[in-house]
Design a protein. Structure first.
Length: 535
């Protein structure tokens, strides 16, 4: 059945809470439910972030699709709204049910937004509508002005807003000195936008990174994603002020589900499947050194068999349970006893960390536009594999994107996504090729990486020179030698020796780094601008 007809004959039943909002809006406006529902869906589409699925039981009012969309009297609205929802999603629908679920999700989120709009307008529905119209008119006027100035004839996603400088306060060199700043996305000053902050526990490292990220998100577009991997203590996820400042959702593992497909691919060609299986083998070998060559071969076989088995399925993405099933069959056919590889997959499935095929929802894609704080500190031995799976998906999405837009007049580049990794030493020494890829290729794609580590020595790895790829480097209290300081800060050996000595006895909230947007700026000692001092 064609998608439009499927949506047209479906029945749309609201939650009790959504039904209460509909009643409130109807009493305030005198408008019928189907008109208010259409307004709600379009109101939701104004937000760049996808709506959350409707998980609560639907016991409210029911509208037939034909009534909701008025297809007989207004045949153009339903195709238009379906096209808008697909464009908002950023990809074609996986199936008809996904389109139906998104209609529900936008409908309910839009009703919540309209209720807030009505409250902000003092309960006056006419004032609320006028406020929405004025806001839309201002955005349209700004767009038209920008297009006229640029001589543009078409509308693209980035033409809807100016690329703004992402200016971040770093700290003060003295009590009376003004705060020094850097412009993260200035391509004329910097070769990339990656950040490294090293320091012992209690040095202020986390406070500096939180302040930098909160400041950055104030200047970024709403569609700029933030993925913060909270590795050590879960204190990032617990900081509600910070989470609110970056407008993020917290995912706590285990308990919550990280809604990504660990084996999701941009395409499912034979070459892509072969490459993905080999990449998984490589990553798991680095993470779990007790896997032998024969286990690696069985892992590759199980992954490729999973894809082959699902080739004709509407959703050809395996999950960990599916791969484990294939792995168990291989072991049974070969008369093998369970070992460390089967135990690994058993634990991954027992924790239910990732999206599963039985969830009734497709895996989230893309993830680079999401704002998540992912708390993995209680996952024990599964921390690294969880973080690596997340980073792998981010890398695959990045590779498929065109280069990020750069303003030719200002040299400012659009930042699409920021990846922040706590306790990065665990990732750096594991030779994570996906993290290396994001750092190496992310400059032109508009991806920024912030790495937090206990020591500057962690960035000096034999297989990949992180020190050459990190533009903004700040060193707080830590124990290190002159060599690491020299490589990370780019100073002479004599100066590195002096700085290394000072770092060992430095008080909290102080550090060394190159401040300001001047390439010739000297390395300075400074007091950081911590997040808790942000207004």
């Amino acid at each position: 059945m064609p998608l439009i007809r499927h949506l047209e004959i479906s029945r749309y039943k609201s939650t009790v809470q959504a039904n209460e909002i509909l009643t409130t809006l109807s009493e305030a406006s005198g408008w019928p439910d189907h008109v208010l529902s259409r307004l709600a869906i379009t109101r939701s589409l104004k937000l760049p972030k996808p709506p959350e699925p409707i998980a609560t039981e639907k016991k409210g009012k029911e509208l037939r699709g034909e009534t909701l969309f008025r297809s007989k009297h207004d045949p153009d609205f339903l195709p238009w709204i379906v096209a808008m929802i697909a464009q908002h999603l950023g990809r074609p629908f996986t199936n008809d049910d996904e389109a139906l679920d998104l209609v529900f999700a936008h409908w309910h989120r839009g009703l919540e937004l309209l209720r807030k709009d009505l409250t902000d307008s003092g309960g006056d529905f006419n004032d609320m509508i006028l406020s929405l119209v004025r806001e839309a008119n201002e955005q349209f006027t700004d767009l038209g002005t920008e297009q006229s100035a640029n001589g543009a004839t078409g509308i693209t996603a980035r033409q809807a807003g100016v690329i703004r400088p992402i200016i971040i306060p770093i700290g003060q060199t003295g009590p009376d000195a003004p705060a020094t700043t850097v412009t993260l996305n200035d391509t004329r000053q910097y070769s990339n936008c990656h950040v490294a902050v090293s320091g012992m526990s209690g040095s202020g490292k986390t406070q500096l990174v939180k302040q930098m990220l909160a400041s950055a998100t104030q200047s970024c577009d709403q569609d700029t994603g933030v993925i913060f991997v909270d590795f050590a203590k879960g204190d990032i996820a617990e900081d509600t002020d910070f989470v609110r400042a970056i407008d993020a959702d917290v995912i706590r593992l285990p308990g919550d589900v990280l809604p990504i497909g660990a084996f999701h691919l941009p395409d499912y060609s034979d070459d892509s499947i072969r490459l993905a299986a080999e990449e998984k083998r490589e990553v798991y070998t680095q993470l779990f050194r007790n896997l032998g060559p024969k286990q690696e071969g069985r892992l590759v076989k199980a992954i490729r068999s999973s894809y082959a088995s699902l080739r004709s399925d509407p959703d050809p993405t395996p999950d960990f349970a599916y791969v484990q099933h294939m792995l168990d069959q291989i072991y049974e056919m070969d008369g093998l006893q369970p070992d460390s590889l089967t135990e690994l997959f058993r634990r991954l499935n027992a924790y239910q960390i990732f999206w599963s095929r039985g969830s009734g929802q497709p895996p989230v894609s893309p993830i680079y536009t999401r704002r998540w704080v992912v708390d993995i500190h209680e996952l024990g031995g599964l921390k690294e594999v969880t973080a690596f799976t997340l980073i792998e998906q981010l890398y695959r999405e990045m590779r498929a994107l065109p280069e990020a837009e750069t303003d030719p007049q200002t040299g400012l580049r659009h930042i699409r996504s920021m990846l922040i990794i706590d306790e990065a030493q665990y990732y750096l020494r594991a030779k994570n090729r996906f993290l290396q890829g994001i750092i190496r290729e992310g400059r032109s794609k508009g991806f920024a990486v912030m790495l937090m580590s206990q020591s500057p020595d962690d960035f000096d790895q034999n297989d990949f020179d992180y020190t050459e790829q990190l533009q903004f480097t700040y060193m707080l209290q830590c124990k290190t030698g002159p060599k690491a300081v020299q490589r990370l800060l780019g100073v002479s050996r004599a100066e590195a020796k002096t700085i290394a000595t000072e770092l060992g006895r430095m008080e909290p909230l102080h550090g060394f780094g190159r401040l300001g947007d001047n390439r010739s700026e000297r390395i300075s000692r400074f007091r950081i601008a911590p997040f808790f001092e942000m207004s």
